[in-house]
Design a protein around this ligand. Structure first.
Ligand code: PSU
Ligand code: MN
Length: 307
């Protein structure tokens, strides 16, 4: 495909052309989701897990006027260390592309790049969703409408309780996003394995997920399959500590008048600060766990559509 605003690395292009498994990764988690140097270590670690799982990693970002699909070490370093990297969702793409500035893609921005490139599996930590207090703020992440559009399976550990999880699930249903619990009947809550909210669909192996992907997109339905993969219990954080930190962060955000795209990074930073290293450790463990599953799904999907 020729698209002058899409720059796919040679390695990723070759893998896609020969039908080999590829897994997309977002860059907001690198630029805005974790502090340096853990962010860079995590970014590289995720790429190596995906390679060990038999797939090619493709971190997606915005640079030099293009959506960059597949970042080399220098690019990852820039995303992890530069000040003022712009957080990019669908709304922001035109201006950041036109300016040539460095941008980190959210789940929504990454879904756009992955779908355009033809990458069908994407690994992240947590998705955005409907915020608590939505009735006043109208704050609903651009991740939700993008999940309704992009033909990509997204592996996440559910969503953080900075969000209104029941409303987020309702919105996903309305938008027709298939949510699969991986080896669970409950929607995971990021740092903790379960939110207590039941899910309708579950899968116990990567091939079952690959078959659902094939079925959805062969029929011609647009939109994602959201794979909800719980954090392993041994890495889960203390639920009460997280809850208290979240409540305090929400009050502080209100007091300081934090708005718009700054809300999520602000809440994430406050929760990380209040829970010390614990939440960061859980965060790193769960994305690694998602990367292992994402690679396995990509391998199964390549088999499924190649068969
Ligand atoms: N949730 C997390 N960690 C993250 C994000 C969300 O637990 O790093 C990031 C993702 O990039 C997600 C974005 O797409 O925040 C959502 O931002 P907003 O709520 O502004 O749409
Ligand atoms: Mn928002």
């Amino acid at each position: 495909m020729v698209n002058e605003r899409l720059n796919i690395s040679e390695e990723v292009q070759e893998a896609l052309a020969s039908g080999r498994p590829v897994v997309a990764l977002e860059s907001t988690i690198v630029a805005h989701g974790m502090p340096y140097p853990q962010n860079l270590e995590t970014a590289k670690h995720l790429e190596s897990i995906i390679r060990e799982g038999g797939a090619v990693p493709a971190t997606i970002a915005v640079m030099n006027g293009c959506i960059q699909v597949g970042c080399d070490e220098d690019m990852l370093y820039r995303l992890a260390t530069e000040k003022g990297v712009i957080k990019v969702s669908r709304r922001d793409l035109p201006m950041v592309l036109a300016s040539g500035k460095l941008g980190a893609t959210t789940v929504s921005g990454t879904l756009i790049g992955a779908d355009l490139a033809g990458i069908r599996v994407f690994v992240t930590g947590g998705i955005g969703g409907v915020h608590r207090g939505v009735a006043d703020s109208w704050d609903v992440s651009a991740d939700l409408p993008e999940l309704a559009r992009a033909r990509v399976a997204v592996v996440s550990a559910g969503a953080k309780s900075i969000l209104d999880l029941p409303k987020t699930l309702e919105s996903l249903e309305t938008k027709g996003v298939t949510v699969l619990g991986y080896k669970t009947d409950f929607f995971p809550a990021f740092f903790v394995p379960s939110s207590g909210l039941p899910l309708v669909h579950r899968a116990d192996d990567p091939m079952t997920i690959a078959r659902a992907m094939e079925a959805k997109w062969t029929l011609g339905l647009e939109g994602a399959i959201l794979v909800a993969n719980p954090v392993p219990v041994e890495h889960a954080a203390d639920s009460n500590a997280i809850q208290q930190a979240t409540d305090a962060a929400l009050i502080l955000a209100e007091e300081q008048g934090v708005q718009g795209k700054d809300v999520t990074p602000f809440l994430l930073q406050q929760v990380a600060k209040a829970t010390g290293g614990e939440s960061l450790d859980a965060n790193r463990a769960l994305v690694a766990n998602n990367a292992r599953l994402g690679a396995a799904i990509a391998v199964a999907y390549a088999e499924q559509i190649g068969a």
